[in-house]
Design a protein around this ligand. Structure first.
Ligand code: IMP
Ligand code: MG
Length: 329
């Protein structure tokens, strides 16, 4: 981003917060807008490299006479980004360079990016439903896992499971409802014949946790992989495993996307762990707070106000007159 001035008052609270966060790998930026864009990417956990590569654009007598060094490279998206402002003289020059780059190197993906389009970029990278959930970026305390990080890890788990079950078919058992997204993605990364079934748990004051919706399939003699969104104390999983073991499957293993290991009370054998996370309440990618935020494509910690402000969101109430147990999961 050469010689451009940042427009005053551009920095939103969200970016200001991100800028405060320690960023050990921060290089010397040539322009404040670049530092701001890096902070924006850091907040959304989008990996970046600063000016990693220069592309020769013109030559004379075998010597390079013009080079173009895009400001950023985003490896997860395989995309070069050149930042620009509204200043027309600069935009025209940059447009020309970007066009020439595309001509000479047709396999290189490059965009010229205005500041107003930063958020639009997010929807291209799988962050789209921030808008749908009516969650404002400033209500997000911290993104723990980005869509790209989740998908990469889920693919690895799928590969590992496919290898381990190379000569077997299996039944994936998911505990509703938090599991819907993870199970759908994981199942598509497993290259073995498999069946899918679900359990749902409920809790009532007098009888504790019980299965309110049981499996359809008979799992006796089958290879069962219990798939869970998150293991916290392990109490829920311990209960589910006991119930599944009684049905005498040929084998029973556990795959959990998230593991809050420091909270563990019941020792549960989790063979496949997506990510070990700190002891913080997280939402997104299936995980809810009072039935909301399951459709966030990333996993994040929300700011305290979001959990405290009861009257604010479209929190779901139980239908009146129905004595239903409080659903879990
Ligand atoms: P555990 O019985 O303490 O291991 O709790 C496991 C269950 O609690 C999970 O299946 C989730 O439904 C819920 N849970 C635990 N931690 C979180 C969280 O951080 N966000 C959303 N749900 C959670
Ligand atoms: Mg530059």
């Amino acid at each position: 981003m050469d010689n451009e001035r940042r427009e005053p008052g551009e920095t939103s609270a969200e970016l200001a917060r991100a800028l405060e966060a320690p960023a050990p790998h921060r290089p010397q930026f040539a322009h404040p807008a670049e530092a701001e864009f890096a902070a924006f990417l850091d907040f959304y956990r989008i990996k970046w490299e600063y000016e990693p590569k220069s592309f020769p654009l013109r030559w004379r007598d075998g010597r390079v006479t013009e080079m173009f060094t895009p400001d950023f490279y985003l490896p997860e998206q395989d995309l070069y980004v050149e930042l620009t402002t509204m200043k027309q003289s600069l935009v025209t020059r940059k447009n020309r360079k970007v066009r020439r780059l595309r001509q000479l190197y047709p396999n290189i993906n490059v965009v010229l990016l205005y500041r107003k389009d930063y958020h639009e970029l997010l929807s291209r990278f799988g962050y789209g439903s921030i808008d749908i959930t009516s969650l404002r970026p400033d209500q997000i305390e911290r993104i723990l896992l980005s869509p790209a990080e989740i998908q990469t890890r889920v693919a690895e788990l799928g590969r590992q499971i496919s290898e381990d079950y190379a000569d077997r078919s299996l039944i994936l058992v998911g505990v509703l409802k938090g599991i819907t997204f993870f199970l759908a993605d994981l199942a598509r990364c497993i290259t073995r014949p498999l069946a899918i079934d679900y359990l749902q748990l409920s809790r009532e004051l007098d009888q504790g946790v019980y299965i309110s919706r049981d499996l359809d399939l008979d799992i006796r003699g089958q290879h069962v992989l219990l798939v869970e969104d998150i293991v916290n104390t392990g109490m829920t999983m311990d209960f589910v495993l006991r119930s599944l073991r009684e049905r005498e499957p040929a084998s029973l293993e556990v795959c959990a996307l998230l593991d809050k290991a420091e909270r563990r009370l019941a020792p549960v054998p989790v063979k496949y762990v997506g990510f070990t996370i700190p002891n913080e309440f997280v939402v997104g990618y299936g995980l809810d707070y009072r039935e909301l935020y399951r459709n966030l494509p990333f996993i994040c910690v929300l700011r305290k106000e979001v959990y405290e402000s009861n009257g604010n969101g479209p929190l779901l109430k139980k239908p009146a007159g129905l004595v239903s147990p409080s659903a879990r999961g």
